[in-house]
Structure formats: C-alpha cells, structure tokens
Design a protein around this ligand. Structure first.
Ligand code: PMT
Length: 401
C-alpha cells in the first residue's frame, strides 16, 4: 500500500500545455488510494477539460469562488485548504509561480494556497528560457523559502519544439516524489530489514521436491508492512503466489534452503533487523537424481542430510541486528520456543501453534504469542495475518524508539 493511501490531496492545475498530463496524475493518485480534489485556474480549461478531471477524480472540479447555480453557494477556500493533507500544483506556470511567490490572490487556487497549513508541492512547467529566467529562478527560491517543495522540471522536448529543461515532471515521478517525501517521517525510514518467507523446495529429481504448506502470506504481509513504515526491505522468498505491494521491497526468489541461506548471508551485513517467517526444510535429499526416478521397485527410500539452520547461523554472527524468529510448534509450544530463542540467539520469537484454530499455514489468520529474549510472554488473539504483521513491525519500531 502506498503512503498516499487515505491522503486528501488538492491538485491545482494551471494553464500550461502539461495540464493534459494531469489526467494521468489524478488516475495514479487515486490508484494509490488518495482522495483527490482538483482545483483548476480558468486558463487551464484551455488545455484539459474539468469534465475529464472530474470523471477521473470522481468529484466536482472547482475553478470559481462561486458555484454557477446562482443560489449563493460558494467554494470555501479556507475549508478546502484545511481539508487537504497536501496540495500539489502541477503544472505550475511561470505566471502562477510569480503570483504564489508574491501573495497574489486572484483565483480560487491561489486563495486555497494562501489559506493552506499543509505541505505544498509545486511542479513547474514552462519553456526552457522561461524556466531559467532570473525572475522564475527567484520565485522558485522564494517559494522554497516559504517551505514549499519544488518538484524539479525535467529535460526533454518541449511543446515549443525546443529541447531543454522545463517539462513538468512525469506524473509517475510526481507520485514517487510525494511518496518519498511523505516516507521521510516514517518510523523505519533509513532501516533495512531482511525478511524470509514461504516454503523451501528441496529437489529429489528434476520433477520432484520435498516442500511444505507455507503459502508465504505471513512473510509477505510482514514485508509489506515494514515497507509501509519506511524500511528498505530485502525479501528472500521460496515459491509462492504472493505479490509485493510496495516499491521499497527487493524480492529475491529462491527454491532451496541452501539458496535461502546464501541470499540471507549476502544481505545480512546491511540489515538492521531480520524477520524469519519462512518454513525452511530441516533436511534435504542427500543425492539429487539427474534424471526422473523410475518406479521400478515397491519400496523407495530417500537418504536425507541436514540443511543449515539459516537463523541460527545469523544469530552467531549478528552485531547490531535485531533478530526475530518464528516458531511453528505442535506440542510443548512455549518450552520449544524458548529453546529456539537461546539456540538461535534471537531477540524475539513469534510462536504460532498448529493446535490453535486459524493459526499457521495457508490461512488468512494467525494467532501468535510473542516471547522476548528475557522470556516475557505476550499472547495475542486470533487476527488477520496483516494485523499480526502490524504487531510484529510495531515490536521492531519499539526497539528503535
Ligand atoms: O506462509 P504462511 O502460509 O502464511 O504460514 C506462515 C508460517 C506458519 C509459515 C509462519 O507463521 C511460521 O511459523 N514460520 C516459521 C516456520 C518454521 O519453520 O518454524 P520452525 O520452528 O521450524 O523454525 C524456527 C525458525 O528458524 C523460523 O524462524 C525459521 O524460519 C527458522 N529456520 C528454520 C530451519 C532452518 N533450517 N533455517 C531457519 O532459518
């Protein structure tokens, strides 16, 4: 989920050719889960229609202080400004920049801007000579000085046919700029977290493997939640149907425990924390047949050898890393989980028991008990795996608080 989800955004559209791109910008912001209120300057109607932006934003578009019904209804600029979590002016023409820099207030958008207390983002767009004119440069400096964020214009072919800097930042870039800027204040910004998820597949021959029932959901939910809280996430996953939902998740797909071991060790040094939600096979076939095994005999035995314990190996070399393991148990749950904390040098273990209805593999829910390294216990009720992921991530946030 994007940090823009649930945000109330005023998109101010002014009269430049790049206004046609705001149709896509509105679509991207809405897709990210934001609520978008478009305010257009009169000049912008020449470049994109209010009907287009109203259809895409699913809201009436405002341009004037007074609504045309003639019943004295007005678009209250103060209310609009206070409603918004952020304002984006895109494209911002040289004319609008100048007015914003000098406190002019001859249209609804400018009145809303002057009334706003929320962060304001400005994406200038104009021809290259206008962009480098000293007055434009000065206006941008003034606007930045007022605390507004400038989304830099980009280089390329301009509507005039000239090539240079002045194009409005592409809608995708504006969206990423907003997301990056909003994530700065997130609690795990600057932290890197390594997460393992899913099952491992231990090959028997080219067509068969030994696996388990892990769907990967628990690990992916944790990765998505960590990313939502600003962390850079390295997600090492066995085969699953799950999807990453955030930009700041690097997914490394593996098959076997050995591959998961290698990927975890390659990324451990840069990690501040690790959450091991994967169901790793403890044993693998000692010999992997190079051809499909034929059913020639009545009995068939596979000799197995031990896989490395990934988490325990990280526990041995850990420095600053906060290590969170899982324990999936079927009996003597608490005792076994406590033993794993010690054996793997963990800071926290998330115990789930297959004896609890709705807990463990494959299901959308889980019921966990947290046990910290001092053996303090916290039993949680049955929750969705997304909510369990929130609880786990909160523990990591608390550790850094
Ligand atoms: O994927 P889902 O369908 O959503 O199901 C989620 C889950 C049940 C897989 C998850 O909640 C869970 O319990 N994961 C850990 C399963 C497990 O293998 O538990 P364990 O008690 O065997 O292992 C203890 C810890 O050591 C785990 O963090 C495990 O990732 C790790 N381990 C285990 C063996 C091994 N060779 N290397 C490891 O790193």
């Amino acid at each position: 989920m994007s940090v823009l989800s649930g945000k109330k955004i005023i998109l101010g559209v002014t009269g430049g050719i790049a206004a046609y791109k705001t149709a896509n910008l509105v679509r991207l912001l809405i897709k990210a889960g934001a609520e978008v209120q478009v305010i257009m300057t009169p000049a912008s109607h020449q470049f994109v229609t209010p009907f287009t932006l109203s259809t895409l934003s699913k809201k009436p578009v405002y341009t004037n202080f007074f609504q045309s019904s003639g019943e004295g209804t007005w678009n209250n600029h103060v209310e609009l400004a206070l409603w918004a979590d952020l304002i984006v002016v895109a494209p911002a023409t040289a004319n609008t920049l100048s007015k914003m820099a000098n406190g002019q207030c001859d249209n609804l958008l400018l009145a809303v801007y002057l009334s706003a207390k929320c962060p304001v983002y400005i994406a200038p767009a104009m021809d290259l000579d206008m962009y480098v004119h000293p007055s434009t440069e000065r206006n941008l400096i003034i606007l930045e000085g007022y605390g507004n964020a400038i989304i830099p214009a980009e280089e390329g072919e301009l509507a005039s046919g000239l090539i240079g800097k002045g194009r409005m930042a592409e809608p995708e870039h504006i969206k990423h700029f907003l997301e990056d800027s909003l994530s700065v204040s997130l609690p795990l910004k600057g932290k890197t977290v390594l997460v393992t998820a899913g099952p491992t597949y231990e090959p028997i021959d080219p067509v068969r493997f030994i696996g388990n029932h892990s769907s990967g959901k628990m690990g992916f939910d944790i990765a998505n939640e960590l990313a939502k809280k600003g962390a850079e996430v390295i997600l090492v996953s066995g085969p699953t149907n799950q999807n990453v939902k955030e930009r700041n998740i690097k997914l490394i797909n593996i098959q076997s425990a050995k591959e998961m071991y290698d990927a975890c060790h390659a990324n451990f040094e840069k990690a501040d924390a690790v959450v091991a939600a994967a169901a790793v096979a403890d044993y693998r076939p000692k010999h992997v047949a190079s051809q499909k095994i034929k059913k020639n005999s009545e009995d068939f035995t596979i000799e197995m050898e031990k896989n490395p314990d990934i988490l325990a190996s990280l526990g041995i070399i850990k420095k600053q890393q906060f290590l969170v393991g899982f324990a999936l148990e079927t009996e003597n749950e608490i005792e076994h989980a406590k033993m794993k904390i010690e054996k793997k040098n963990l800071d926290l273990i998330v115990l789930n028991s297959l004896n609890d209805k709705g807990a463990g593999f494959g299901k959308p829910t889980n019921k966990v008990t947290f046990i910290d390294k001092d053996f303090n216990l916290e039993a949680m009720e049955l929750k969705s795996k997304e909510a369990v992921a929130e609880d786990i991530v909160q523990k990591i946030i608390n550790h850094y608080a």
